[in-house]
Design a protein around this ligand. Sequence first.
Ligand code: GLN
Ligand code: ZN
Length: 762
Amino acid sequence: MLTQNLGYPRIGSQRQLKKACEQYWAGKIGQDELNRVARTIKEENWQTQLDTGIGLIPCNDFSFYDQTLDMSLLLGVIPQRYSPVLTQVPGNSEIDLYFAMARGYQKDGLDITAMEMTKWLDTNYHYIVPEFKAGQEFAISSEKVFGEYQAANKLLGQRAKPVLLGPVSYLLLGKEKEQGFERIDLIKKLVPIYVDIINRLKRLGAEWVQLDEPCLVLDLSAKEKDAFNYAYHCIANGVSGVKLLVATYFDALLDNTQLAVNLPVKALHIDLVRAPEQLDEVLALIPPNLRLSVGVVDGRNVWKNDYVRSLNLVNKAVEKLGADRVIIAPSCSLLHCPIDLELETGIDPEIRNWVAFARQKLDEIAELGQITRGNTALLDANRRAMESRRSSQKVHKQAVKSRVAAISETDTARKSAFPVRQELQHERFNFPLFPTTTIGSFPQTEDIRQLRARLKKGDLTIEQYEKAIEEATIDAIRWQEEIGIDVLVHGEFERNDMVEYFGEQLDGFLFTKNGWVQSYGSRCVKPPVIYGDVSRPQDMTVRWTKFAAAQTTREMKGMLTGPVTILQWSFVRDDQPREITANQIALAIRDEVMALEEAGISIIQIDEAAIREGLPLRKAKRPHYLDWAVRAFRITAGGVRDETQIHTHMCYSEFNDIIEHIAAMDADVITIETSRSQMELLQAFAHFEYPNEIGPGVYDIHSPRVPGTGEMVSLLARAAGLLPARNLWVNPDCGLKTRKWPETKAAIVNMVAAAKQIRELI
Ligand code: GLN
Ligand code: ZN
């Protein structure tokens, strides 16, 4: 039976790519060195997969920043505003254009904004959103995929399988930047380019080409379904002698099953981890020649594969199709997994035996293949690991389960309705109109990171470490006072990451040393692993919040991460429904909120950055998720007094379809990301007549670019045109931890000036 992989992490086991990109951006290394690092990572990845014995091995799954941006470059979808990067700056080349699109370009006398970025379906990976205009033309404009295929082919021969984002998903995941057309209608112009690309790959030797079409698991309009048919018939007619594999993942095909199985391609991949139930329908409808790639190894989580369960699915497919029409695969690209469990030396061996990272998942795919060929000895150890996890006391805690079962309706609501609270809070705080604040973190400079590294190594005592963090906090507070911010933050210098920091202090969490996963560009996160029932043994943030509050007479926000975000940005148990884990975390955060209030903190922000990204891809599944997600947030905030102001923060993403649920969270103040989309998002809030206070971000923190005051004033004016001025706050899009101090200071000073100007104007 054939095995395959769909994609492999590309950051390098020591985050070499992150480091190289950042050095390149800082002008510390040149393009040759950057390319050398990239080449080494690719070759190592290919070699690993080859050694494991995987049948079809992906290439072009590497990317310097994002594979969707790679597609935009390949297809020539390069917004006009970037041309000066090449035409006006001698010495710049394709890679500089590419990074300019990803990050904006503010040097050499140019000032160009970055392209929009958003979450990749329901993951915490971010892609650069393709921008389309009405007269959009396409043309092969980058050699990357061809070069990468040739390099892979040298090492892997026929096993090398180039990966492209398929044409329909490419269009659907993009955005119209002009009025008067629908991007899906561009399919006619786009498809011939795909034909050319695939033919070129074929001429270079490619036997298989993987086309990712994750949009096949979404609710599709008739027109979008037609586009799939049209595109793949054109491609099938235009190419010959190459096997096409269409890959779907993250959910079931459902009403798109008929469409998907009848596309004129050689193989279809389906995700049987997220949606094992879809196998029956796919098998019932599959035509005689289509091969089926069964995604049975979880590409989105870290749990060891349950071989018995996977083999049930594989065998079912084999019974119907025969072994030569079945391919064993991970559920999706392994991009979303940490790289190698071997690098984790500190994990409790009992728990470690339940876990598999990307490297180990390759072994699992290969082993499943071997078991189907008769090597059943491989089953025993796996069975024992599964049983040990099911019965372990490290996982199951009766007290936690009972407390969740006892949550009541009064636990989930504030004492009074928002208008009453708003009166009380306005009286208490007496802020000006358009109060200014930031989202929580300030730059995590190399100095700060070094402190933690030195503490871990034992080069610093805990007292020395805390003293240094206190100094950074005091500096940040003084600076905020100086420039006149209304609601201060302590800067989160003591936190490595907004989820890991809490995970480290909660029971039921495990944290890794090297379990990095790419979030966007060079930014990686190290999600904790929730393996057991969650509880909070002691205060988590009170010490630092109290310390910070004592340094100033201004208001100091307490800063917590909400339950859905902790859940969403962790690797979650797959042995109980997510909502139960969410409620366990919610109770822990609620206890922390109460402890902060008790300590005299009057404004508490509970970040729910990830609530939108947890939304099921299919509309029919959304109400249930939103019910429990909103309820979990309300549990965290439900205990405080009316005068205590609860903030929440959400990262960008479209809220249009869930605005009533955002309102149901009933936070006193919500801050959201709006600057890159020019306040577009706010229209939905206006349309809904969102009643509570809101801070639409005016500063795009994902780019080093410093926005001017005038720019921010006009964004605020636009906001004031949409929502009552008394409800508006002024803040950046998100936390500032990934930025450097100089640009942060310049931007926030401009932001405070913008708030002053808009107060005059209104
Ligand atoms: N308080 C967090 C910070 O500022 C929020 C970040 C986020 O939502 N992504 O870093
Ligand atoms: Zn954010």
